[in-house]
Design a protein around this ligand. Structure first.
Ligand code: HEM
Ligand SMILES: *[C@@H]1O[C@H](CO)[C@@H](O)[C@H](O)[C@H]1NC(C)=O
Length: 367
């Protein structure tokens, strides 16, 4: 849990400047008109026009909501918004630590618009990702009915779980280890607050470019590491040593990059950003439809804008690192020596700041 005074302190430092949001596509299908307004309100009121903390939180809640699903037993209704509707149950699960923050924004927002929580999560995530450099355009289906039940505990993998357990849980929901790696491109725009709750590590990012959907996380997790982040209390459960000052590495991510079941898919994502983006879009579409009947939903993907291009076409070695630090695991392809290396000494990567929601005074913050 983040202490309230700390949240206030961090929020006080947020600049309220609104960047220029590119013009958004008009609805061709008249049934999507309503959703064009929802989109614009998401951009202006929740995301404040930028790919930052609130987009990150949306992508995370998408996963945690949708993965409450099983092909073989009763584990919830999938991408149904149960994380919000049954928040009294689901937000208490340890794996959902920190998800309460975006729920406190989304619930009053969805209620105000009269949209289901499942649509708020998945449509909102597609809208949010359209602001992120390098991201794919995500499909946007709407019309999910209200959730009818809470998902049980233990549907969301945790970073201290062993990989066989994680792969089994993902398979139970219909995903292969390779598809999981594809979904983990999300950790390219991500930070932590709960694995190490130390104040200095609130928002410690998983890669050096947490506001871009790029391959850096895949490359950086492959690097040899020898210390826990300064200012933190590492080692913590689910934490691994990190290769760069200010960076945070999850134990599960280190293992995915080095396990024979996932290391080649991991390396492919490190080396090919185009493939990484299209792999993510395909796996995320599947995630967004878990427990839903696509034929009963309305496809308003035409409303989703084209994300800005990635700042760099290829992953690079951040200052202070180089190819010698790559821990090669994929047995069928060597990591190439051609990627560029930034000269100089490593500089600490800043934390990802929380975003306020100044235009929505009715949105409650958690106590
Ligand atoms: C094995 C699977 C996974 C594990 C063990 C895992 C674990 C974690 C953990 C521990 C955090 C940090 C939470 C915190 O302390 O605040 C995190 C953040 C995040 N995860 Fe995952 N994750 C997994 C898969 C996924 C998937 C499949 C997605 C989405 C498709 C996802 C999206 C995110 C995002 C966007 C964040 C950053 C949230 C933020 O910056 O506020 N994760 N994950
Ligand atoms: C990267 O992936 C894309 C899409 O899968 C593919 O068309 C392209 O050939 C790949 N590029 C390289 C350099 O392998």
């Amino acid at each position: 849990m983040i202490a309230a005074p700390l949240v206030a302190l961090v929020l006080a430092g947020i600049a309220a400047a609104s960047p220029a949001v590119p013009p958004q596509p008009k609805a061709k299908n008249p049934q999507c008109n309503f959703w064009a307004n929802v989109r614009d309100r998401f951009i202006n009121e929740i995301f404040l026009g930028v790919c930052a903390q609130d987009v990150h939180s949306m992508v995370r809640i998408s996963f945690h909501d949708a993965i409450g699903f099983s092909l073989h037993s009763e584990k919830g209704g999938g991408a149904d918004g149960s994380m919000i509707k049954f928040q009294d149950v689901e937000l208490k699960f340890p794996a959902n630590e920190g998800v309460d923050f975006i729920v406190s924004f989304l619930q009053p927002f969805a209620d105000d618009l009269g949209i289901s929580y499942g649509d708020a999560i998945m449509f909102g995530t597609a809208v949010g990702m359209s602001l992120c450099p390098g991201a794919p355009r995500l499909p946007a289906f709407v019309g999910r009915p209200d959730a009818t039940r809470a998902a049980p505990d233990k549907t969301v993998p945790e970073p201290q779980d062993d990989l066989t357990t994680i792969f089994a849980r993902m398979a139970d929901a219909g995903f292969t280890p390779t598809e999981l790696v594809h979904l983990l491109a999300s950790h390219s725009m991500a930070s932590q607050a709960g694995v190490d709750p130390s104040p200095d590590l609130l928002g410690a990012p998983f890669d050096s470019t947490p506001f871009d959907f790029d391959s850096q996380v895949f490359l950086e997790v492959m690097l040899r590491a020898n210390s826990f982040p300064a200012g933190g209390s590492g080692p913590n459960l689910g934490e691994d040593m990190s290769p760069l000052p200010g960076e945070f590495r999850l134990l599960s991510d280190r293992l995915f990059a080095r396990d024979s079941r996932t290391s080649c898919a991991w390396q492919e994502n490190a080396l090919n950003q185009t493939a990484m983006a299209s792999n993510f879009a395909a796996a995320f579409k599947k995630l967004s439809l878990l427990g839903q009947n696509q034929a009963k939903l309305l496809d308003c993907s035409e409303l989703i804008g084209t994300p800005p291009p990635a700042k760099n076409k290829q992953a690079f070695f951040p200052a202070g690192t180089n190819h010698d630090l790559i821990e090669q695991a994929c047995a069928t392809q060597l990591f190439p020596t051609t990627l560029s290396t930034v000269a100089g000494r490593a500089t600490p990567i800043p934390v990802v700041q929380l975003q306020d929601c100044p235009t929505c005074p009715t949105f409650k913050r958690r106590a």
